[in-house]
Design a protein around this ligand. Structure first.
Ligand SMILES: Cc1cc2nc3c(=O)[nH]c(=O)nc-3n(C[C@H](O)[C@H](O)[C@H](O)COP(=O)(O)OP(=O)(O)OC[C@H]3O[C@@H](n4cnc5c(N)ncnc54)[C@H](O)[C@@H]3O)c2cc1C
Length: 525
């Protein structure tokens, strides 16, 4: 049945009908539904507060349990407003980049205004000037780095959480290089002026200048953070160690502030330069305090979340239903993720990101967790009633980010969670490619097929190993066109393991799909 790599034509789910496509013997499993306008699903809320056993299947593979198991479908349909596709986000990104370069140029300009013409002559003066400029660049990029990770809502909406992460990673290397260049150039410049060795100059600087020890500490910490963020080094330590080291970046910011204002030639005296940098620091610290502390505190005080029930979806995967007060006022959308902290022994100190696996509603939120390590294993045994703290909703993997009216959703592994939620929010006519190793790995089959019927969507299960010819062929331009002939006109939402995202993105690029039509949600930090 699955020997040729495609999910074959046996009706292993009630809604699945087989369709022959492509070469003889190759078939797609296809959950095509009616194309009437999609109704909105009103959810009835979890029926009870207890852990529920695995989903059961009848001999033909159709789901046995219906609405009461998860409470999301036993309600009358009501109309849904899908809204218009959004305005191209590239304009906002460009604006942010312009502001970034302008503010950086203004920061460095202070050195220019403060330097009399002709005063930079001789090796010592040139080295010192270069040291001061690189110091200002390093200080500015460090501030920008902190801003990018401040989790303020406006910035995530402008740029996108994943883009912010990529920018942060890329700029991390530049900060380290700029800081090291600043240290080396300043020491060499002063050593030339004073005609002493570099080692002698280093020692005398540490003693002679205020806040120089703290500058040394912050440089060491920054280099450590930079080195430990290199992909290969990061894999050597547990996530928690890496994260704790990253938290010292706040100390780096504080120490750098002290060093800049105590020793920086352009900042140590009162004047425009000092005020300008003080405003930059104030702005970034205000964003950090709001995005990382005050906003989450406000959300948790308002909603007071608790686990309502835990439902087993597959042997290593559970859905956790979380209830709370005034959930209608929690501004979260299908496709977004939150950082969840479950207040039980052994877990309360860790916040992990998980996406919503059903569109939010007034009564509960749902996340679906696959066990991959200690924390996610512990979550499989959560008891109802456990208090839950969340961070502010993040991510722009949402229906409002689409640029057209039709979507192609590609999911693999636990990536099906946000894709399943998105399906509720997208206009009719979506196509879902669900990639899994075998049929046992598939979760939400009944929900997906119900939604597909209601929303006129089509589900294609692509099963088998990476080496199987079927799955391989889907991720070729020809295979993709065969499966989704109008792929060019669709917004593509991709969520799953890194390998799947890389393969699918490569195929879409080869099909010349514009990048603004490709929306990614890789589960990575
Ligand atoms: C934006 C985003 C959304 C996600 N949504 C889902 C989802 O809906 N369902 C799901 O099953 N998984 C999701 N994940 C993955 C999930 O967060 C990790 O599998 C989980 O944190 C692993 O924790 P662990 O301690 O059990 O495993 P470990 O073995 O300790 O970690 C496995 C890997 O997970 C990452 N990780 C570990 N702890 C954290 C943390 N506190 N914060 C961020 N990353 C961490 C690290 O890269 C680590 O290498 C998502 C990840 C991201 C980044």
């Amino acid at each position: 049945m699955e020997s040729n790599g495609w999910r074959g034509g046996v009706p292993w789910s009630g809604a699945v009908t087989a369709e022959r496509l492509g070469a003889a013997g190759e078939r797609w499993a296809d959950g095509r539904g009616p194309s009437q306008p999609a109704p909105k699903l009103r959810r009835a809320g979890p029926a009870n507060s207890e852990r529920v056993g695995p989903a059961q299947w009848d001999p033909r593979g159709g789901p046995v349990q219906r609405g009461p198991r998860d409470g999301w479908r036993d309600a009358e349909p009501e109309p849904v407003d899908f809204g218009e596709p959004q305005v191209d986000p590239r304009g906002r990104r460009l604006l942010f980049l312009l502001l970034f370069w302008f503010a950086m140029a203004a920061s460095v300009e202070l050195w220019y205004l403060d330097t009399p013409p002709g005063s930079v002559s001789g090796v010592g003066a040139i080295l010192t000037a270069a040291g001061r400029i690189t110091g200002m660049i390093a200080g500015f990029v460090l501030l920008a780095q902190m801003l990018l990770m401040s989790r303020v809502g406006w910035l995530e909406r402008w740029i996108g959480a994943h883009e912010l992460l990529i920018w942060h990673r890329t700029m991390g290397g530049y900060v380290v290089v700029a800081v090291l260049a600043h240290v080396v150039l300043i020491i060499m410049g002063y050593a030339v002026y004073e005609q002493v060795s570099v080692v002698q100059e280093s020692w005398s600087m540490l003693g002679a200048y205020e806040d120089m020890i703290s500058a040394l500490v912050s440089t060491v910490l920054l280099v450590l953070i930079g080195v430990m963020s290199i992909r290969f080094a990061r894999k050597l330590v547990p996530y928690e160690v890496w994260y704790a080291l990253h938290l010292t970046a706040y100390l780096v910011l504080l120490l750098t502030y002290g060093h800049q204002f105590a020793d920086g030639a352009q900042l140590m005296h009162q004047g425009f330069g000092r005020r300008y940098w003080a405003v930059l620091y104030f702005f970034v610290i205000a964003c950090l305090v709001w995005g990382r502390v005050l906003r989450p505190l406000r959300i948790n005080a308002r909603h007071r979340l608790r686990v309502v029930k835990v439902v087993e979806e597959a042997p290593d995967t559970v859905s956790i239903y979380v209830g709370g007060r005034r959930l209608d006022r929690l501004q979260v959308r299908a496709g977004q993720y939150l950082r969840w902290r479950f207040l039980v022994r052994g877990s309360w100190y860790q916040a992990h990101p998980f996406s919503l696996s059903a569109a939010p509603n007034d009564e509960w939120l749902r996340l679906t967790v696959k066990a991959v390590g200690k924390h996610t294993e512990d979550l499989q045994y959560l008891a109802p009633g456990v208090r839950v703290m969340i961070g502010a909703p993040s991510g722009v993997f949402t229906a409002e980010r689409r640029v057209g009216h039709r979507a192609l959703l590609i999911a693999g592994g636990s990536g099906i969670g946000p894709i399943r939620a998105l399906l509720e929010d997208l206009p009719p006519g979506a196509v879902i490619i669900y990639r899994a190793g075998s049929r046992e790995e598939i979760v939400f089959q009944d929900e997906l097929e119900y939604l597909a019927r209601e929303r006129g969507a089509r589900i294609c299960y692509v099963l088998g190993s990476r080496e199987d010819p079927g799955p391989k062929r889907v991720f070729t331009p020809r295979g993709m066109r065969e499966l989704v002939p109008d792929v060019y006109r669709r917004d593509v939402y991709l969520c799953g393991p890194a390998g799947l995202i890389a393969a699918a993105t490569k195929t879409l690029k080869r099909l010349h799909l514009p990048s603004r039509q490709i929306h990614l949600d890789p589960f990575e930090f």
